[in-house]
Design a protein around this ligand. Structure first.
Ligand code: NAP
Ligand code: MG
Length: 487
């Protein structure tokens, strides 16, 4: 693929593509049910494409209600007959084995993640895959220590967990869901997103290699209706969903009045706040990482930037300078900062927001780099002097589009930052610890980063307030969502 390069002409780097020769992708992937790959009962397959060149990578099975029912039955049988019978330490061994196998095959997973989803290999290699392994390692350690996580209480698994994940961190989201569920003694039916099923299916192969008892993890691929069939299946004990707020609300309505437990990790519209005493270069790196990391396909993306008025012009200058040096292009090139947008549909959504912002008369800055002819691409974009009422300050775009606002006082910025239906994450940049404590305790967001952004760790809980959902993933809090407690 032609490499698009930065407009910073003096610093053009030679292409450094990661070789994909050793990566094995089959032409066709079946459903993973009861420890075996099975053809879908409706015999339907859909293509998964590489969003950087629009080439078909493989065909993926579409699971209908019958297949979902088979998967839930397989999970129930495995729960009753095996997983709830073996010792906790034994469960832990399987999780350790999965973690180690992910590490061993990290390179292959990273390449497939970048091919199927469009994200820069640097991210899939350095963030997605190592963190996925870390989640299995972390939870492997908990399996035989649940009585310490929940002292003086009787701890029991819930049973069968139905799990539905989005396309922005495919393997990592699968790990976030599967690892705590298994650690707590549940079995799982997982539905990956339609555009990024490949690494979940590679994980299924790895799970076979790890010798996990049949049916403990089942993977049903497909689109929205497959997810709905899983949500509505009567024999599922818990639904864990990560995705859009709209679908989350539908799921909540459909589960109302049932005995099923539910956790929702939904959208966000995070505020990244720079105070005048911040180290500006460091903050600029954090802003770039916050919104352009993974093409802005991040629920906790720092999509609203609040800059204190006295440093606004300096931040604006340095931010644009840094944006101009970002390299957009082939996701498999190790120099690439910005990969492809995940799908044609998502690109159309992002472009419609850019058009709306322009129509509002907002001042736009877009990096002037070349964009490959094929595939789905969006240049890093920012809008200055955005009003609170603007659509790009209110709605989640899920793309590399930053809305900048200024403020004078801390009270003013807290009011503005909290003035959103979401409450997933936020960032604060300042030299003063006291200001960090003041702001972080008043911002209504599940995660607040101080002088850093988009940092994740399996030991720390992640999740939102308000329309960003409920329940936590990671840490002891995340385990809580997969157990029944009796005092
Ligand atoms: P989405 O449309 O809600 O899809 C998420 C998952 O739900 C996909 O697997 C999707 O299948 C499935 N689905 C669609 N309709 C369904 C239905 N009626 N019943 C059950 N499942 C259904 O979200 P998305 O656009 O793919 O992902 C982006 C969203 O996820 C953003 O809003 C983002 O903020 C959020 N997100 C949140 C977090 C977090 O931790 N809070 C993390 C990552 C992403 P198909 O894709 O196959 O249609
Ligand atoms: Mg794809």
């Amino acid at each position: 693929m032609a490499k698009a390069n930065t407009n910073n002409k003096e610093w053009n780097l030679a292409p450094a593509p990661e070789s994909a020769d050793h990566v094995q992708v089959k032409e066709k992937y079946d459903l993973f049910i009861g420890g075996k790959f099975r053809a879908p009962s409706g015999k339907k397959y859909f293509p998964t494409i590489n969003p950087a060149n629009e080439e078909v990578i493989a065909h993926i099975a579409e699971a209908n209600e019958r297949d979902v029912d088979m998967a839930v039955k397989a999970a129930r049988k495995a729960y009753r007959e095996v997983w709830s019978k073996i010792s906790a330490a034994e469960r832990g061994k399987y999780l350790f084995r999965i973690a180690r196998l992910i590490q061993e095959r990290a390179r292959e997973f990273a390449i497939i993640e970048s091919m199927d989803g469009g994200k820069a290999i640097r991210e899939s290699r350095d963030v997605d895959i190592p963190l996925a392994a870390a989640h299995f390692f972390y939870h492997a350690g908990w399996t035989d220590k649940l009585q310490y996580a929940f002292p003086h209480q009787k701890v029991e698994p819930l049973g069968v967990a139905g799990q539905i994940i989005p396309w922005n961190f495919p393997l990592l989201m699968a790990a976030w869901k599967i690892a705590p569920a298994l650690a707590a003694g549940n079995t799982v039916v997982l539905k990956p997103a339609e555009t990024t099923s490949l690494t979940a299916l590679k994980l299924a192969e790895l799970i076979q290699d790890a010798g996990l008892p049949n049916g403990v993890v089942n993977i049903v691929t497909g689109a929205g209706p497959t997810g709905r069939a899983l949500v509505e299946h009567p024999d599922v004990d818990k639904i864990a969903f990560t995705g859009s707020t709209d679908v989350g609300k539908m799921i909540q309505r459909s589960l109302a009045g049932t005995r099923k437990k539910l956790t929702l990790e939904l959208g966000g519209k995070a505020a990244n706040i720079i105070l005048e005493d911040a180290t500006i270069d460091q903050a600029v790196e954090g802003i770039i990482n916050g919104i352009f990391f993974n093409q802005g396909h991040v629920c906790c993306a720092g999509s609203r930037l609040f800059v204190q008025e006295s440093i606004a012009s300096e931040v604006d200058r340095r931010l644009k300078h840094r944006m101009n040096s970002l390299i957009l292009g082939d996701p498999l090139d190790k120099n690439t900062d910005i990969g492809a947008i995940n799908s044609k549909g998502q690109l159309a959504t992002i472009e419609s927001y850019i058009a709306k912002a322009k129509k509002e008369g907002l001042e736009m800055f877009q990096v002037d780099c070349a964009v490959p002819r094929k595939g789905f691409w969006c240049r890093p974009t920012l809008f200055s002097d955005v009003a609170q009422s603007s659509v790009i300050a209110r709605e989640e775009i899920f793309g590399p589009v930053l809305a900048i606002q200024t403020f004078r006082t801390i009270d003013e910025v807290i009011d503005k930052a909290n003035n959103t239906p979401y409450g997933l994450s936020a960032g604060v940049w300042t030299d003063k610890g006291s200001r960090i404590f003041n702001l972080t305790s008043r911002l209504r967001a599940g995660v607040v980063w101080a002088n850093t952004y988009n940092k994740f760790d399996p030991t720390s809980p992640f999740g939102g307030y308000k329309e960003s959902g409920f329940g936590r993933e990671g840490g002891v809090h995340g385990l809580r969502a997969y157990v029944k407690l009796d005092a």
